[in-house]
Design a protein around this ligand. Structure first.
Ligand SMILES: *Cc1c(COP(=O)(O)O)cnc(C)c1O
Length: 343
């Protein structure tokens, strides 16, 4: 019984190598659910790629990363004095974005390695460019490993990256290492050409690990099936089924990240009217599931359960056997698999 990610390992690794080779200075980002693969698996792949550093999202992810990867580990979330569970390790690089934090880290862990972050149009973390002088002032003996900017995903980030490169050059921040996120290969090339003294280091997760979706397939096992007559009631909510067909119980539920969006409870009158005009099960308040069976995405009979989903299959469709697997569309950054199989 399984909800699993199958990886065509040779093809996937070919993509990893190609991107790594064409992106000098790349820092693989390994955070959250490990983009569906799990963080330890990705850390081992990063080591095989020969990179010297990786980036994690949070301090909670640090101990595992230090164990699974022998090089440097940078933390994308800024260091804060109230983070109780910080491991201080020679291979760890902290991100700093507030003057008070710099002063606090410099006071208690003066030999730490740090990255200074600029606050871009993302407006998530970092220093305003006018604060950089005060930031430098507070550094004490902290060792600055670079300057970082995190850009939005809208594309067109070149102008902003350039203006930060200029702000860095004009500042007293003593580094020529420039960590960037979400620049295209062309934008990276342009920055490198215009600022040849900078060591530009792209921090990349999605485009690296999920750059070749054709190498990945997600399969869910059919755990059970029941024949249904129209009007028969099923599930926690005892909904009546709209037609004759089959009910399939398929591995994969909320615990795997399936169907996190709320099922349509009561759509507004206009939306409901539109759906009625289109006809079909949407009008009856059913939600489309991510499971594809007999060539079509099928409807949930009711919202997904923790470990399994109940899916309605009309009588006209070919019915899979118990034990067969079906294809599932997932969002990899929120999916949790029972197994990741590299073959
Ligand atoms: C998550 C993250 C990245 C990587 O983002 P992807 O879209 O997965 O490439 C890069 N930089 C920062 C600061 C991040 O938080």
């Amino acid at each position: 019984m399984s909800f699993e990610l199958r990886v065509d390992a040779e093809r996937w690794r070919r993509g990893l190598r190609a991107l790594t080779e064409s992106t000098p200075g790349i820092v693989p980002v390994i955070k959250g659910n490990g983009y569906g693969f799990g963080r330890d698996l990705l850390a081992a792949e990063a080591a095989d790629l020969g990179v010297g550093s990786i980036a994690v999202g949070t301090y909670a992810e640090v101990p595992g990363a230090l164990k699974a990867f022998a090089g440097d580990v940078m933390v994308l979330s800024p260091w804060r004095p109230f983070d109780g569970d910080v491991v201080y390790d020679k291979r760890l690089i902290h991100t700093l974005g507030r003057v008070d934090d710099i002063a606090a880290l410099a006071a208690d862990h003066a030999d730490s390695r740090v990255i200074i972050e600029g606050e871009t149009s993302m407006a998530r973390h970092g220093f305003d460019r006018h604060e950089l002088a005060a930031a430098v002032e507070a550094l004490g003996d902290l060792k600055v490993e670079g300057f970082a900017i995190h850009l939005p995903m809208t594309g067109h980030n070149l102008a902003e990256a350039e203006s930060w490169a200029a702000a860095l050059a004009a500042s007293q921040v003593e580094t020529t290492t420039f960590f960037v996120s979400h620049l295209t290969p062309d934008e990276l090339a342009t920055i490198r050409e215009r600022r040849p003294h900078l060591d530009v280091r792209p921090r990349i997760g999605t485009t690296l690990w999920l750059g070749d979706l054709g190498a990945l397939s997600v399969r869910a096992t059919v755990l059970d099936r029941h024949q249904l007559a129209r009007g028969e009631r099923v599930g926690y909510r005892q909904r009546s089924m709209p037609r004759d067909g089959h009910l399939l119980i398929i591995a994969g539920g909320t615990s795997h990240g399936i169907g996190l969006e709320a099922p349509k409870a009561s759509a507004g009158a206009i939306q409901r009217g539109k759906s009625l005009a289109k006809g079909g099960l949407e009008a009856a308040g059913f939600s489309l599931s991510p499971f594809t069976i007999d060539g079509k995405q099928r409807w949930f009979a009711e919202p997904p359960h923790m470990q399994a989903s109940m899916v309605f299959l009309p009588a006209s469709a070919a019915v899979p056997e118990v034990g067969d697997t079906v294809e599932v569309a997932v969002r990899f950054t929120t999916a949790t698999f029972d197994a990741v199989v590299l073959a």
